[in-house]
Design a protein around this ligand. Structure first.
Ligand SMILES: [Fe+2]
Length: 250
């Protein structure tokens, strides 16, 4: 079965539409979303409406979602993120607010684990280093682990031959084989990158496909109408920087 894996939509409807259209085209049978549905962009309700309607969806919340519903302190948010949280909070529909209130920042199922940032500190830790991967392994019972938060398409796994060395891969558009273990997959952390605000100098929307039978994970990059998204951010009165950064993928 194919899963469409995506994260960090950040209220970017044009990017989300490109990703969901692609998933539908290739016939995914389920969806995994690693949080941060809202924040930064101008279409929080439209994005949540699309995601909530997906069949066979496993979804968690991120730090921006939690801040929007008043469950995370805004002290660590920069001025642009904070402005977007306040803007979103005032506009979110009651139904979408209730939906966000029902999510957790970590979810374990029989076949995988989702955590927005990391398993040991789901809403806040950025999983970016080999040492962090190693430290987080004891917090996971079901692999693969899917994360978001950093907005970087990354893979962490142990190198062949034991647990002495951790491999860190920046994921581009090619299939990566996942480590197998008895009854499923072995330790591996996978970040599909960000749908709505990539930060790896590639402005195209990022998402990924997990093929459970082949045991592969492939990041995909999809172009979308960036000027349309920027025009909405400006028309909404959100900070200009939030529009500009989409040009550069950062
Ligand atoms: Fe995010």
């Amino acid at each position: 079965m194919l899963y469409g894996v995506f994260s960090d939509v950040h209220s970017n409807l044009e990017a989300l539409s490109a990703v969901l259209d692609y998933f539908e085209d290739i016939g995914v049978g389920g969806y995994l979303c690693c949080g941060d549905l809202v924040g930064y962009g101008a279409d929080p309700d439209a994005c949540l409406d699309r995601v909530r309607a997906l069949p066979n969806l496993s979804v968690i919340c991120g730090n921006h979602d939690l801040a929007t519903i008043g469950r995370l302190d805004l002290d660590w948010f920069n001025q642009y993120a904070r402005a977007a949280v306040y803007w979103t909070r005032e506009r979110l529909s009651p139904a979408n607010r209730t939906f966000l209130e029902g999510l957790t920042a970590r979810l374990e199922t029989a076949g995988f684990t989702l955590a927005h940032g990391s398993p040991r500190n789901p809403p806040e830790e950025y999983l970016l280093s080999a040492a962090q991967f190693r430290d987080n392994v004891p917090f996971v019972r079901r692999w693969p682990l899917f994360v978001g938060h950093s907005h970087m398409p990354l893979l962490f796994r142990f190198a062949a031959g034991g647990r002495d060395k951790v491999e860190t891969l920046f994921l581009e558009d090619r299939e990566e084989a996942l480590p197998r273990a008895e009854g499923g997959f072995g330790p591996v952390a996978l970040n599909p990158g960000s749908v709505g605000q990539p930060r790896d100098q590639d402005r195209r929307a990022a998402c990924a496909v997990w093929d459970t039978e082949k045991g592969t994970f492939r990041v995909c990059r999809l172009p979308y109408d960036v000027p349309a998204t920027q025009a909405k951010i400006r028309a909404a009165g959100l900070p200009e920087y939030l529009a500009l950064r989409l040009d550069y993928g950062q």
